[in-house]
Design a protein around this ligand. Structure first.
Ligand code: C2E
Ligand code: CA
Ligand code: CA
Length: 632
């Protein structure tokens, strides 16, 4: 080989080497970059794997949590359903759904034995309606009409038959909703509210009743009055209102105590209730003031007769504790609409009538029918009261003296009867005494009577020292005055022999505190005075008082004397009074003797003293003294 040849070969080799080097370098570079890429891919892969793992883990635990929650919820739901079931049963309730469009009714839970039929059998309203009280049908129909879904809420009370065929009250409440198929439905509950209704009714009845007597109270009575008025107006009729009360009830309260007074009121309430249960409503308006509202079918005359019959037939109550309380009743009556068109007006009319019945205190108890003239008399009473005050100051009083005699007319004594010399013409002694008693003026008037009677007795004793004088004393004077002291003071400094003074008291006094009355009477007796019971037989009449109290005379009421010759009954009563008084060592005076026949009849019964127009009328003191002088 030649050197040229050699050099070509070597250059070729060199070049080849260089090429190979370059190629290797390129390859290395590629490898490098590829392996870098691979590394990166690998890293990405690794990262995404990690993320995936994480996600899988997260999902798994979320899934686990959800499963747990679902389980818990299912458990909770289960026990909630159970609890609801328990609550519904305990509340005597069922829950139900009513599909308004299809009229289907479904019970979902609760006490299904509440009603006559099994509630879960009910699929339509027919069965429910069958068990429903007829009076509740309309309400039920209206509530469950086609339009019921328009309401957001339903809450009614109706009666269904229970298993014993008895109607019980149920509360039916519901709210409007939608079913899964978007149909309008009602979701509701049916609850047995019988006990609650009963309690409510009891509470209502209680709030309408007077707690002491169990009759209607004033509040409720005003409602009864309003509906009676409405009814009467609708029917073009009227009705009668009666007012009954116990005379001198205050005295029962004061002398027997509140318990006895309460029992007395209860006895009266029971009596009124029994008598008028079928014809009237009875209510208590105030202390002893009872009203009787007659049904519009009861004629006024009948109502009047019934009331009159009531007051005349009762003279005592036998109380729960065995006690016996003597009472008299008075009654008034007035008619709607003639005598008053409002509650207040009619009540006022009936009170006025009742007041009139009281003022006739010396006749037997009775019922008085209102008439407009009575308002005039009310006004008149007001005038009398006003003028009496003046009369006291200006000394317008005097006495009329009426002799008390033996059967052959010998004067033994006189009764001093008060006169109001300048009083209104038509105003009798009883008229102004009644007014004076009702307003307290009887106290100063009574003092005047005592003082003047003692002066009068002084004049009489100058003529006949044995002659005695009697004066009338009102119960109020016992209550508010020390009578013995008043008499003693009036007699002080005079020569008057008090053993010739008698005081006349009415039986109503004995309704007062008996011990106190006895005490006063004893002290009056200690002054030497005599005690007489006036108008005996007109009121509470009990000879028991005569036995217990220091009574010297009994004055038989004019009523018996009037009838003694005509009614054997009156004669028998007079006879009994006289005999019993004598056996108790009391003397008997008969008052109001107007005829010879009466005088003879009384004399035949051994009546000790007689008084009346037949023997002598009450006369002015001058005339009396003149005649006494002649007689003595
Ligand atoms: P009283 O105590 O029963 O008096 C008897 C009344 O009958 C007297 O009426 C008398 O005038 C009348 N009278 C007497 N005899 C007859 C008769 O034969 N026929 C008739 N129809 N009446 C007769 P008067 O004077 O109008 O007195 C009425 C009542 O006024 C008395 O009834 C008495 O309760 C009361 N009163 C009179 N004076 C007083 C008094 O000073 N104080 C008090 N608190 N009351 C008095
Ligand atoms: Ca008298
Ligand atoms: Ca009398």
């Amino acid at each position: 080989m030649s050197s040229t040849g050699d050099s070509t070969e070597s250059s070729y080799l060199r070049k080849r080497l260089e090429r190979e080097r370059a190629a290797r370098a390129q390859a290395e570079e590629l490898l490098e970059s590829k392996s870098r890429e691979l590394f990166e891919v690998n890293q990405i892969l690794e990262r995404s794997n990690e993320h995936l793992d994480e996600q899988v883990q997260q999902r798994t635990s979320a899934l686990q949590a959800q499963t747990k929650l679902a389980e818990d919820n299912a458990n909770r739901l289960n026990s909630a359903v159970q609890r609801l079931e328990i609550i519904l049963t305990a509340a005597r309730a069922v829950s139900w759904t009513y599909d308004i469009t299809h009229h289907t009714f479904q019970v979902n839970g609760g006490d299904t034995t509440l009603l006559k039929f099994k509630l879960d059998e009910v699929v339509d309203f027919k069965k429910l309606k069958e068990a429903l009280h007829p009076d509740d049908l309309t309400l039920f129909r209206e509530t469950f009409s086609e339009l019921s879904y328009l309401r957001t809420k339903i809450d009614i009370r109706v009666r269904f038959k229970d298993q014993d065929d008895q109607y019980r009250w149920f509360g039916l409440s519901a709210v409007a909703s939608r079913s899964e198929t978007q149909d309008p439905i009602l979701l509701g509950a049916l609850i047995d509210v019988q006990e609650q209704v009963k309690r409510e009714e009891e509470a209502l009845a209680l709030s309408n009743k007077d707690s002491l007597t169990q009759v209607a109270n004033r509040r409720y009575f005003e409602q009864l009055f309003a509906s009676a008025k409405q009814e009467a107006q609708d029917c073009g009729t009227g009705f009668t209102l009666g007012l009954v009360d116990i005379n001198e009830f205050r005295l029962i309260n004061e002398s027997f105590g509140q318990r006895t007074a309460d029992w007395t009121l209860q006895a009266l309430a029971d009596l009124l209730f029994d008598r008028f249960e079928d014809t009237a409503a009875v209510a208590r308006l105030a202390a002893d003031e009872f009203v009787v509202l007659f049904h519009r079918n009861v004629k006024a005359t009948q109502a009047f007769v019934d009331l009159e019959q009531l007051v005349t037939s009762i003279d005592h109550f036998d109380l729960n504790n065995g006690e016996r309380v003597a009472i008299t009743l008075s009654a008034g009556a007035a008619c709607f609409p003639h005598d008053g068109q409002t509650f207040d007006n009619l009540l006022q009319a009936v009170q006025t009538a009742n007041q009139k019945s009281k003022q006739s205190r010396f006749s037997s108890p009775k019922c008085v029918m209102y008439h407009p003239g009575m308002d005039v008399s009310r006004q008149r009473d007001r005038n009398i009261r006003h003028n009496l005050q003046r009369a006291l100051i200006q000394n317008e009083f005097s006495f009329a003296l009426q002799p008390l005699t033996t059967k052959d007319g010998t004067w033994l004594a006189a009764e001093a009867l008060l006169r109001w010399t300048k009083g209104p013409r038509d105003c009798s002694t009883l008229d102004f005494i009644n007014v004076a008693e009702s307003c307290g003026l009887i106290l100063p008037i009574g003092e005047w009577v005592i003082k003047s009677a003692i002066e009068q007795l002084g004049d009489i004793q100058k003529i006949n020292p044995d002659f005695w004088l009697s004066i009338n004393i009102s119960p109020a004077q016992f209550q508010h005055q020390d009578l013995a002291l008043t008499i003693q003071e009036a007699a002080a400094g005079t020569e008057v022999d008090l053993s010739r003074l008698a005081i006349e008291v009415t039986e109503s006094l004995f309704l007062d505190d008996l011990t106190r009355v006895q005490n006063s009477l004893d002290r009056i007796k200690a002054l030497g005075c005599s005690i007489a019971i006036d108008d005996f037989g007109s009121g509470y009449s009990s000879l028991g008082y005569v036995q217990q109290l220091p009574i010297d005379y009994i004055k038989i009421d004019k009523r018996f004397v009037d009838q003694i010759t005509e009614h054997p009954e009156s004669q028998n009563i007079a006879k009994a009074i006289i005999e019993m008084s004598h056996s108790l060592h009391s003397k008997v005076v008969a008052e109001g003797v107007e005829t010879l026949l009466q005088a003879e009849a009384l004399a035949a019964l051994n009546c000790d003293v007689l008084q009346g127009y037949y023997f002598a009328r009450p006369m002015a003191p001058e005339q009396f003294l003149a005649e006494l002088r002649q007689n003595s």
